[in-house]
Design a protein around this ligand. Structure first.
Ligand SMILES: NC(=O)c1ccc[n+]([C@@H]2O[C@H](COP(=O)([O-])OP(=O)(O)OC[C@H]3O[C@@H](n4cnc5c(N)ncnc54)[C@H](OP(=O)(O)O)[C@@H]3O)[C@@H](O)[C@H]2O)c1
Length: 245
């Protein structure tokens, strides 16, 4: 097991990619704090981790709410020091620039940029003080492509990737590894409304199919584990080969 004696906080762990990361961390021996808004789904994820022999607890907060980040920080700190923070919670509204209203802009930037920023501001100095820690930001290949309908979402993830590098510079010297993962299209409850469209969209990629959350979680286990000690400020692209062609 790669994460024994680690305590990991995973945002958006009640669904999709975050849930798969939480479950994989649990299998690797981490104590997992399962963060989300939906207490029932958080309890279900926690029960699954415990049933598989791991340990976990729910931490409930709305990261889009004005006090949501402070609520989550306080709830997580009550469990003890955090060794691994995964900034995964995110939304991906898709619309043309002229069709995007200010409420959507604010909601996207609040969850995709503001929440990772202030969660890192809260936990990275504590990790630095203990001389070790891992921060993993879940970006997207949308950060690397100019795509109609994804201007706002792509910009939010491009900001997160720049923050990944800035935080590597800021906290790396104190023993905190900050990295990102850029998934390609992945089947999750969030992308379920795309239905067969996701298969069509990915059919021309080298993998020829969408990813599954467990395939993204594997990269997170690597970045949280001992094998990634020399990896700082990197983005691992896990996209079925889309960015290669
Ligand atoms: N799926 C893809 O194709 C894909 C591709 C590239 C990147 N990504 C990125 O991967 C991450 C996860 O995507 P996903 O597809 O797994 O998403 P998902 O299935 O829609 O799950 C989103 C998670 O975020 C949480 N969340 C949403 N709003 C929140 C809020 N205001 N406060 C706290 N938590 C909130 C949800 O929890 P609650 O409902 O319990 O609050 C849920 O656990 C996102 O950052 C996304 O941008 C996804």
């Amino acid at each position: 097991m790669q994460l024994t004696d680690s305590r990991a906080l995973v945002t958006g762990a009640t669904s999709g990619i975050g849930r798969a990361i939480a479950e994989a961390f649990g299998r690797e021996g981490a104590h997992v704090l399962v963060a989300g808004r939906d207490a029932a789904r958080a309890a279900e994820v926690v029960a699954g981790i415990v049933a598989s022999g791991g340990t976990a607890a729910p931490v409930i907060a709305d990261l889009g709410a004005p006090d949501g980040i402070a609520v989550l920080v306080e709830a997580a700190k009550a469990h003890g020091p955090i060794d691994v923070l995964v900034n995964n919670a995110g939304i991906y509204p898709m619309s043309g620039t002229a069709q995007t209203d200010e409420a959507t802009f604010e909601a996207t930037m609040n969850l995709n940029v503001r929440a990772p920023f202030f969660l890192t501001a809260a936990f990275a100095p504590l990790m630095a003080a203990q001389g070790r820690g891992r921060i993993i930001n879940i970006s997207s290949i949308a950060a690397h492509l100019g795509t109609t309908g994804m201007a706002l979402y792509g910009a939010s993830k491009a900001a997160l990737e720049l923050l990944t590098k800035a935080w590597a510079a800021e906290f790396g010297p104190a023993g905190v590894n900050v990295n990102a993962i850029a998934p390609g299209p992945t089947r999750t409850p969030g992308t379920a409304p795309m239905g067969a469209g996701l298969d069509e969209f990915t059919s021309g990629f080298p993998a020829g199919r969408p990813g599954v959350p467990e395939e993204i979680a594997g990269a997170a286990v690597y970045l949280a584990g001992p094998g990634a000690a020399f990896v700082h400020g990197a983005t691992i692209v896990v996209d079925g080969g889309r960015m290669a062609i």
